[in-house]
Design a protein around this ligand. Structure first.
Ligand SMILES: [Zn+2]
Length: 286
């Protein structure tokens, strides 16, 4: 809401705005909310066939490809985008341009288009958070550099230090000196009422986090980020070999306890079997 009021003021004052900051008049109106809505947005698909990297055989993993959703939380006090998916620039490009190492990127819709379908422009996103900074979660991050970025120092240092993925860095480089960076620690209550909470789950990356959303009808949901990739990892209690000596096992144990105490369900975003059944945007959960 702040942005809308601000934009109206600037418009009346005759300020020139960059085109990206102007809500399109062709968009449907943003709904008036009394509660929290959660949208699951198609942000692409990753063609992958290396389940051994996650401690699984092909038979155990099932479909080895990955969904790659973004999540939008509409709250009466603001709009949070959690993850920005695969880069919009991959839409309509041949597969040989859409490779990241041994993995292929399938992308049929843009995040900006998906947001437009529900009446949201990037300028209306009050808060940005990423589960972590790997390439499949930050593909469109630059579009949201004007939002308040709820960042963790360990991830920030990882993103802009020598270990940064040079191929992905251009997609999030605008965050390095973003005007509204808010460094958070521990579990962070985004809108101050306990309904939307970023949960610290380090291990997959130094500042990895998951997202808890409390919904009136659906109940509690924890969006895992890459705490898990395949449903079989959780079912069979497998940890990716490269994460076995790190913080992932403790973070997983913590989330399992949280799920129990909050009567919440876990959504594994990359899991094709979960994603196939999820209600996708422009539908929503409330
Ligand atoms: Zn991922």
């Amino acid at each position: 809401m702040f942005h809308r009021i601000g934009l109206v003021f600037l418009f009346l004052a005759g300020w020139a705005l960059p085109a990206a900051a102007q809500p399109s008049t062709g968009l449907p109106a943003r709904p008036a909310l009394s509660g929290v809505r959660l949208y699951v947005i198609d942000c692409g698909t990753i063609i992958s066939n290396q389940p051994e990297n996650f401690g699984l055989t092909k038979d155990e993993a099932g479909n080895t490809n990955f969904a790659d959703p973004c999540f939008l939380v509409m709250h009466p006090k603001g709009i949070l985008l959690f993850d920005t998916g695969l880069p919009d620039a991959h839409v309509g490009r041949p597969i040989y341009e859409n490779m990241m190492g041994r993995e292929g990127i399938l992308k049929f819709t843009t995040l900006t288009g998906e947001l437009a379908d529900i009446g949201v422009t990037p300028a209306m996103i009050t808060d940005l958070a990423i589960s972590h900074s790997h390439w499949d979660h930050v593909g469109n991050a630059n579009l949201f550099a004007g939002s308040t970025w709820l960042a963790r120092k360990a991830e920030y240092d990882f993103m802009f230090g020598p270990a940064a993925n040079k191929q992905a860095l251009p997609n999030y480089s605008a965050l390095e000196h973003a005007p509204h960076i808010k460094f958070i620690t521990g579990d962070y209550d985004v809108f101050g009422d306990g309904s939307v909470v970023l949960l610290s789950t380090p291990g997959h990356s130094p500042g990895h986090q998951s997202l808890y959303v409390k919904l009136a009808h659906t109940g509690g949901v924890v969006i895992s980020g890459d705490l898990y990739h395949y449903s079989a990892e959780r079912r069979l209690n497998r940890v990716p070999p490269r994460e076995q000596g790190g913080q992932t096992p403790a973070s997983r144990a913590r989330i399992e306890a949280f799920l129990t105490s909050h009567h919440a369900q876990l959504w594994i975003g990359h899991a094709i079997d979960w994603y196939a059944k999820a209600v996708k945007s422009p539908g929503w959960y409330d």
